[in-house]
Design a protein around this ligand. Structure first.
Ligand SMILES: NC(=O)c1ccc[n+]([C@@H]2O[C@H](COP(=O)([O-])OP(=O)(O)OC[C@H]3O[C@@H](n4cnc5c(N)ncnc54)[C@H](O)[C@@H]3O)[C@@H](O)[C@H]2O)c1
Length: 329
């Protein structure tokens, strides 16, 4: 039985990871609840409320064999609006968690949540491979801070021999992501559609993203934690499948019976990536990673989760700071 710390454990991905790992292991979720929710966690997960900046002073104890560092100031637009908070959490906080993990003599693996949007040069062909050229010309502070996190992991690995592994997530979606102004397109589209609102398409609608279902992401992270001899490696976690935003909107409107259609709006001024997709061949070869859930099934499962938890989602929205709430499309 491993002893596992998950920072950001009450978040969209972290809660799914904690609930899965807690079936077989001792799991502590650390989260300051800035964009996470305690109700997402199963009872078997031990929850500690606190900021990663103070990770050394929270009485978390010692002896963690695995640390998953998922806590982050999420995400691109939020970092454009609040660059100092992005730096505090995603860079300073990451360094604090690395230091904390380094002091654990039992540590077998440190897993870092990086982002596919943060690293690759836009001139690379798709799907993106880990060995492709990286960029120093980022579109948002979040992309800079996520890439810096990877660089700190590399340094701890090279200097201290810390067993780090970084994963570059592409667009995650699934049960557990509560909509909000700074959240991803899928939960927000579903919430608007459930309220009979028009879905806003920022751009032509033909932009694509590689959407990976959260259970598949958790599969990759778990393999990354328990597969031997992969210290210092970095892996993409995506599906290689590109989905157009207009296709996503149409599917969600059909799924929810929303007749309000879509509305075109100007692109967000920082959003310079038209198309994205990950090559997951390295994770497949070295970890046996295989994404299983395709968009139609994944969307149906998110919708089901929204219907089941409508009241809790509504209440969670009301607890958000007003500027973080999802306003009408
Ligand atoms: N969701 C995606 O599509 C995606 C894509 C690429 C990378 N990632 C990365 O994956 C990780 C998880 O993302 P998510 O979608 O679950 O986001 P999330 O916002 O749901 O989860 C992050 C969690 O970290 C917590 N947190 C934030 N600041 C904290 C702090 N200072 N101290 C303690 N806890 C803090 C939040 O309350 C939240 O529960 C993040 O590191 C994110 O950058 C996500």
């Amino acid at each position: 039985m491993a002893k596992i710390l998950v920072t950001g454990g009450a978040g969209a991905i972290g809660s799914n990871l904690c609930n899965t790992l807690a079936r077989d292991h001792e799991v502590v979720a650390l989260d300051n609840l800035s964009s996470g929710y305690r109700w997402l966690l199963d009872e078997k997960v031990k929850f500690v409320e606190g900021d990663i900046d103070h990770v050394h002073d929270l009485g978390l104890g010692d002896g963690f064999t695995h640390v998953f560092h998922l806590a982050a100031f999420f995400a691109n637009q939020n970092s454009v609006d609040h660059p100092f908070e992005d730096l505090r959490v995603n860079i300073r906080g990451t360094l604090a968690v690395l230091e904390f993990a380094h002091r654990s003599r039992a540590l077998e693996r440190f897993v870092f949540a990086s982002a596919g949007c943060s690293v690759y040069d836009k001139k690379n062909p798709l799907p993106l491979k880990e060995e492709y050229p990286i960029t120093l010309l980022h579109d948002t502070p979040y992309q800079i801070s996520k890439m810096t996190g990877e660089m700190y992991c590399n340094w701890f690995n090279a200097y201290y021999g810390m067993p780090t592994v970084a994963f570059r997530f592409f667009n995650s979606y699934g049960p557990g992501e509560v909509p909000g102004r700074y959240r991803n397109v899928i939960p927000n589209f579903i919430w608007w559609a459930m309220h009979g609102q028009t879905l806003p398409i920022t751009g032509s609608g033909h932009e694509t993203r590689d959407f990976i279902f959260v259970e598949d992401l958790v599969q990759g992270l778990t393999l990354g934690a328990f597969t031997p001899n992969i210290s210092g490696e970095v892996f993409n976690l995506g599906t290689s499948v590109q989905t157009e935003v207009i296709d996503l909107a149409s599917r969600i409107n059909a799924l929810t019976g929303n007749a309000a259609g879509v509305e075109y709006k100007p692109k967000r001024d920082w959003d310079k990536s038209d198309k994205k997709a990950a090559d997951f061949g390295k994770a497949h070869k070295m970890l046996g990673f295989e994404p299983k859930t395709q968009i139609p099934e994944g969307l149906a499962r998110v919708h089901e989760w929204f219907v089941k938890h409508r009241g809790q989602i509504e209440e969670s929205q009301s607890l958000l700071a007003p500027e973080q709430r999802l306003v009408r499309a």
